[in-house]
Write a protein that binds this ligand. Structure first.
Ligand SMILES: [Zn+2]
Length: 127
């Protein structure tokens, strides 16, 4: 379903219209991975509601890291249980590689909490 919060968070879209891009670049692995549009290029929704708004994204980021590390730990224990000494050596590079991805995911999901998808388009999808 296109006009859902999950869609806009997952596909780098504006939480209001699900059309305009949230971050300027499509990929989390480019040099400008952290550059955001101040306003949605499609509907004009303000993507930076107030100064310091994205400090709250730290909590989202923390939650993503905790969930990922728990899942990684469970997979690691089940597949490589006898090499548990190497758990930290293996997870640290993975976390470093995932940092830009979680940074963007946390910002999109934090804003999606406060901005609901456009009401009339949600109603159209229900029919
Ligand atoms: Zn928009």
């Amino acid at each position: 379903m296109k006009h859902s919060r999950l869609y806009s968070v997952a596909f780098n879209k504006c939480p209001r219209c699900a059309e305009g891009d949230f971050f300027i670049t499509k990929s989390a692995y480019s040099f400008k991975f952290d550059k955001m549009n101040k306003h949605c290029p499609n509907c004009g929704e303000n993507l930076v509601p107030e100064p310091g708004f994205y400090q709250g994204a730290l909590y989202m980021s923390y939650a993503f890291y905790v969930v990922f590390m728990l899942a990684y730990f469970l997979v690691f224990v089940n597949l490589f249980g006898e090499y548990l000494d190497y758990f930290l050596f293996s997870i640290i590079p993975v976390l470093i590689i995932l940092t830009p991805y979680f940074y963007r995911l946390a910002r999109r999901s934090w804003l999606a909490i406060f901005i609901s998808p456009r009401a009339e388009e949600v109603v159209q999808n229900i029919k």
